[in-house]
Design a binder for this molecule. Structure first.
Ligand code: NAP
Length: 485
């Protein structure tokens, strides 16, 4: 068998419920596609709403025992899983590339990033705290304890099939919560492989349950509507996030929402342009542009815009587009035909309104959903590419004159996930950072994701934080006891 075949064969294709791998009701399955060829890779179980409830039953049954499991044990399972992901990085990366498309080197980067959440939260499991204090009048005492929220439901997207899972699973395990996870239908295999790793690392049955499904709305509704569920955490589009927040209102669930972005990348006249181009390549091309943190639009000071555009186009134009499994590939296919069509349409719209594609601007060759790395200059304010999340390898460049114009342009969006700022002027850097309406900022840096930092957005990019000191709080309830002494 080739390694592709053996990696595919090694992944369970069933639902993982209560520590057992089982078929979906009636043996229903759906097909998983390779976006580089458009061909079917394999089939996986297609959960029914009844299967979804069975997964929640298992999470509920395991909750009390898991909450009572010593923090040392929860921490050690996470640490073993951190090491295991590192040891199996090659096979997990290949699996991810097969179903998602990105180059194997990038998939390995994601496995390393995903594993970091297990390392970080294995430490956090040992630092769950509370406090005790005397009230102001000295007459009673305040005892504050933190307790696991309870059974959680996680819905994850296809763009980071492993890391968007571990960002939720890691803190839930650390805090003592059980969970049901539903990955995106395009990339179920990475999550099934992750469940297998966690089981092998000693995670007890029922703590993590995985359902794969084509009808995500139908299988999610009974879980979200079930009074035994305590928390919903979602990573995906703002459009679906809004629907889920409305559904979660019925049970007054705690919600964490990691939603869409429209990140501005600001380059001021005093910036180190080579560093800015380097940062732009990371911020734009990580994951082929299919990241919520992707630089969606470049606002560059008019005095340096031409030079920046030429340098960026030279770097973007030199990238090799191809199947992610092939050596030398920098840029894999987009996830599917719909996404490829959307990127093409945004570029056509910008060009029709006066922009110029100084590199790229076309679909790639072959049966897969490729799109060539593209730099657009002279993008007009009415171009859709500046307003909508592109999710592809396209860098539209617009210009500004003053700092105020740059800040106003950056904030002209309903999103507020991340922004990138390139300047060597310290006062300007602080002024701009304070004025930007975002949850995160890359200051002279093209990447912000880090397990030890609070990831998340403001405005319609979401609510809640994943990672950092804040990440564990999403999985803990605060209980206060007033003590009469
Ligand atoms: P999506 O369409 O919102 O899907 C995300 C997940 O939600 C998938 O598992 C999907 O399952 C599921 N889903 C869709 N409709 C649902 C429903 N009615 N009920 C319950 N679940 C439902 O987003 P996407 O296109 O896969 O992902 C891209 C989006 O995610 C972008 O907007 C990106 O910015 C955002 N994102 C945000 C972050 C962040 O941390 N802020 C990180 C990564 C991605 P099916 O697809 O299988 O139906």
């Amino acid at each position: 068998m080739t390694s592709e075949e053996s990696v595919l064969a090694s992944v369970p294709k069933q639902l993982y419920i209560g520590g057992e791998w089982r078929d979906a009701t009636g043996g229903a399955t759906f097909e998983v596609e390779d976006p580089a060829t458009g061909k079917t890779l394999c089939s996986v179980a297609d959960a029914s709403p009844e299967d979804a409830v069975a997964a929640l039953d298992a999470a509920v049954a395991a909750q009390a025992g898991w909450a009572a499991t010593p923090p040392n044990e929860r921490s050690e399972i996470l640490h073993r899983a951190f090491l295991a992901l590192g040891e199996r990085s090659e096979e997990l990366a290949l699996l991810m590339t097969l179903e998602m498309g990105k180059a194997v080197a990038e998939s390995k980067g994601e496995i390393a990033y995903a594993a970091e959440f297990f390392r970080w939260f294995s430490g956090e499991a040992l630092r769950l705290d509370g406090y005790y204090k005397t009230t102001g009048n000295g007459q009673s005492r305040v005892l504050v304890m933190r307790q696991p929220v309870g059974p959680c439901y996680f819905i994850t997207p296809w763009n980071f099939p492993n890391a968007m899972g571990t960002r939720k699973i890691g803190p839930a395990i650390a805090a003592g919560c059980t969970m049901v996870v539903k990955p995106a239908h395009q990339t179920p295999l990475s999550m099934l492989a992750l469940a297998k790793v966690l089981a092998e690392c000693g995670l007890p049955p029922g703590v993590l349950n995985v359902i794969t499904a084509m009808r995500s709305g139908e299988v999610s509704a009974p879980i979200i509507g079930d009074p035994r569920l305590r928390k919903l955490s979602f990573t995906g589009s703002t459009q679906i996030g809004k629907k889920l927040i409305a559904q979660a209102a019925d049970q007054v669930l705690r919600v964490s929402m990691e939603l869409g972005g429209n990140a501005p990348f600001l380059v001021f006249a005093d910036a180190d342009l080579d560093a800015a181009v380097e940062g732009a390549m990371l911020a734009k091309m990580r994951n082929m542009g299919e990241a919520c943190t992707s630089a969606n639009r470049f606002h560059v000071h008019e005095s340096v815009a031409e030079e920046f555009a030429a340098k960026l186009a030279a770097r973007m134009g030199a990238l090799t587009v191809g199947r992610g499994t092939e050596d030398g590939t920098d840029v894999g296919p987009l996830i599917d035909e719909t996404q490829q069509g959307k990127v093409a349409e945004l570029v056509e719209d910008a060009v029709a309104k006066g922009a110029t594609a100084i590199t790229g601007g076309t679909k790639g060759e072959g049966d897969g959903y490729f799109y060539t790395p593209t730099v657009l200059t002279g993008v007009t304010p009415d171009a859709k590419v500046l307003v909508e999340e592109i999710f592809g390898p396209v860098a539209p460049i617009a210009t500004f004159g003053t700092d105020e114009e740059a800040i106003a342009a950056a904030n002209r969006t309903e999103y507020g996930l991340v922004a990138y700022v390139y300047t060597r002027d310290l006062s300007r850097a602080f002024r701009v950072c304070e004025a930007l309406e975002t949850g995160m900022i890359g200051l002279n840096q093209g990447i912000v994701s880090n397990a030890g930092a609070p990831f998340g957005g403001v405005k319609q990019s979401g609510t809640g934080r994943e990672g950092g000191n804040e990440g564990i709080a999403e999985y803990l309830d605060t209980k206060y006891v007033a003590i009469n002494v």
